[in-house]
Design a protein around this ligand. Sequence first.
Ligand code: PLP
Length: 287
Amino acid sequence: QWIFLNDEYVSKENAKISVYDHGFLYGDGIFEGIRVYSGNIFRMEEHMDRLYRSAKSIMLNMPYSREEFNNIIVKTVEKNEIEDAYIRVVVSRGVGDLGLDPYKCPKANVVVIVEPLAIFPKKLYETGLEIVTVATRRNRPDVLSPKVKSLNYLNNVLVRIEAHLANVSEALMLNDQGYVAEGSADNVFIIRDNVFYTPPGYVGALEGITRNAVIEIAKDLGYEVKEEPFTRHDVYVADEVFLTGTAAEVIAVVKVDGRTIGDGVPGIHTKKLLEKFRERVVSEGVK
Ligand code: PLP
């Protein structure tokens, strides 16, 4: 396995970064997760757009042009010779002193890791997930925008801890007003009377690339899709619920806070969507 680390390709054992890196000291940095399906990098441009927007928002100087960065990612995938993989791109503020001051970090650290997939067990795609809602709230958009995919994932980690304590593998966060925002690493959709609903960005969710793809696919299939805020009640009484994310893809949710969703099995619309999604991911891609 070859890991790209600041202009070099190194082995996993040699992929090391200073303890003075501000990504480590302060979570000061950004990242992306991208999928490779049958050798095609899925929606790479959209992921890179989001990475560069995140960088701009937190004033992180990217050490590579878009074109250079694209080439690095393509080359790292090629070098690892894997057809189906998960790509992790990390850009930290870089090495500085122990103080917070990002202006003392002269150069960002860049890491690209390509690995075989580590997703939910296959069986869960057939049975559907049981999830809960948790007390951890999505950070307010005016504090640190959830649109920035930053290395500050403590909220999301706390969500996973609460999920673990409840014996489930994922959970939903609400925003500070009690509207459903998203999962720890995925966006959420509900379906009611053939209409798809997903929280709009201002509720406090990452602008998921899988979410966007799913909105397109649902519309292509003839469904109406509404970006509207909704509450836990709306989730409980939905016909179907599912999560979307680069790692999770599209996965049905069959129980939320002990309430069975629909018939307690992945619903017909979710299944239809997942099927189309799987078709779409292999037929699209750069390279
Ligand atoms: N929400 C959060 C907090 C995430 O970390 C992710 C993962 O990338 C998503 C949603 C899903 O976004 P995408 O579909 O772009 O992977």
